[in-house]
Design a binder for this molecule. Structure first.
Ligand code: FES
Length: 159
């Protein structure tokens, strides 16, 4: 069976007829070509498929597309709307938090969600917020450092 999904993806309102059992990750990757959302374990374990739904991190591999009906979805492609890297993305680059890059979109979106609800998190809060996102290169220390740097630069901007 098909239904109409009305959703905002990266700031653009969409209406698409989709199968009721279509997963959000397949809608984004195959339907919209947003392949920055990575498919890792496909079972809710690795966090590679993390996207933002109304500013909160959500595993796209464990979410039906119809569950985001009427909501606002952001993928890594939508984060830097004007084409420039965001300060958080730059911090990942500068602190070598990207390693092989596979986990990076999910990591960045999980960190972005944290920084939106708490612009000045401590190290433990950062670790907690990223605890559902695995880095196969074991680059967690650089990733935490990148989020700390981004939080610091936000603090300086607002000072
Ligand atoms: Fe979704 Fe691993 S692909 S949690």
């Amino acid at each position: 069976m098909k239904s109409i999904l009305s959703v905002t993806v990266n700031g653009r309102r969409r209406e698409d007829a989709i199968p009721d059992n279509l997963l959000l990750i397949d809608y984004l990757r195959d339907g919209l070509g947003l392949t920055g959302t990575k498919q890792g374990c496909d079972g809710g374990e690795c966090g590679a498929c993390t996207v933002l739904v109304d500013d909160e991190p959500r595993l796209a591999c464990s979410t039906l597309a119809l569950q985001v009906q009427g909501r606002r979805v952001e993928t890594i492609e939508g984060l830097a709307g004007d084409g420039d890297l965001t300060p958080l993305q730059r911090a990942f680059q500068d602190k070598l938090g990207t390693e092989c890059g596979f986990c990076t979109p999910g990591m960045i979106l999980a960190a972005e969600a944290l920084l939106r609800r708490n612009p000045h998190p401590g190290r433990e809060e950062i670790k907690q917020a990223l605890s559902g996102n695995l880095c196969r290169c074991a680059g967690h220390a650089q990733i935490v450092a990148a989020v700390e740097t981004a939080a610091e630069s936000r603090k300086n901007e607002t000072a």
